[in-house]
Design a protein around this ligand. Structure first.
Ligand code: GLP
Length: 246
């Protein structure tokens, strides 16, 4: 595991964007696993800028997103479909048919989850998976649990996650109570993982995830077992870790 320490959010965004750009330049047909939340927005801005400058070509890239709220249609401004379109896809030359996000309007959990796993398998797996980190240690929407979920599944969101995400909605009641998410197993099958974390309020959970016991109660801790993980985090998010940083 490599841990890059950056002075601020802008530098974090540039450094993590550079890792994604390197992936796309080295393998133009890359499958990128993408994330939502506030943390990746700066990365997407940087990728858009490099695309506009002619440095990055996304025409052969495919993407799979980590998760989607269950029950939100694609045109709902809080859906992750809407987020990805607004913050990345509509600004770059990616083929919309090569971008995949779980269908939040599919009510048949088993059908949607197995279809999503098939999409990922048929693409040959994820080359580089970008991850944010929830305050309770969730990755995607894998909430603290008694075991690590192996594959895409439907989760009940925990109160702490609903509270953390209610800032994007009119009220906590409007936050969907369930989501479809890749499992920890799906995430671990990505060939490379880049996890980003910004701000002092992530310091406790980053330390637990990277240096605490590997436990499904801290879903991100499973990343300690992945052979190619890069953490890009701001200095204030890394104050509680003892390991070496770059
Ligand atoms: C949501 C997403 C996660 C994301 C997390 C952290 O719950 N499902 O994938 O990592 O938020 O968000 P933020 O980056 O805004 O702290």
């Amino acid at each position: 595991m490599r841990i890059y320490k950056t002075s601020d959010y802008n530098t974090l965004s540039q450094k993590a964007a550079a890792l994604i750009a390197a992936q796309v330049v080295q393998k133009p047909v890359s499958v990128l696993g993408l994330a939502t939340g506030s943390s990746p927005i700066g990365i997407y801005k940087q990728l858009i800028q490099w695309h506009h400058e002619g440095i990055l070509d996304f025409s052969q890239v495919s993407t799979v997103n980590l998760d989607e709220y269950k029950g939100l249609p694609r045109d709902n401004v809080q859906s992750y479909y809407y987020f990805m379109n607004e913050n990345l896809f509509k600004h770059i030359n990616i083929n919309p048919e090569s971008t995949y996000i779980p269908d939040g309007m599919e009510s048949d959990d088993a059908k949607e989850c197995s279809a999503y796993e098939s999409v990922i398998n048929n693409m040959g797996g994820v080359d580089l998976q970008l991850l944010g980190l929830g305050y309770n240690g969730h990755i995607g929407f894998n909430e603290p649990a008694d075991n690590f979920a192996k594959a895409t599944h439907c989760v009940d969101l925990q109160k702490s996650t609903i509270d953390a995400n209610k800032r994007f909605f009119a009220s906590a009641e409007d936050v969907p109570k369930q989501a479809y998410t890749m499992g920890c197993g799906t995430i671990m099958r990505a060939r490379k993982i880049v996890l980003i974390a910004s701000g002092a309020e992530k310091a406790d959970i980053i330390a637990k995830a990277l240096e605490g016991p590997v436990t499904p109660q801290v879903p991100a801790s499973i990343l300690q077992f992945h052979p190619d993980v890069t953490i890009v985090a701001t200095a204030d998010a890394l104050t509680k870790i003892s390991g070496e940083t770059i």
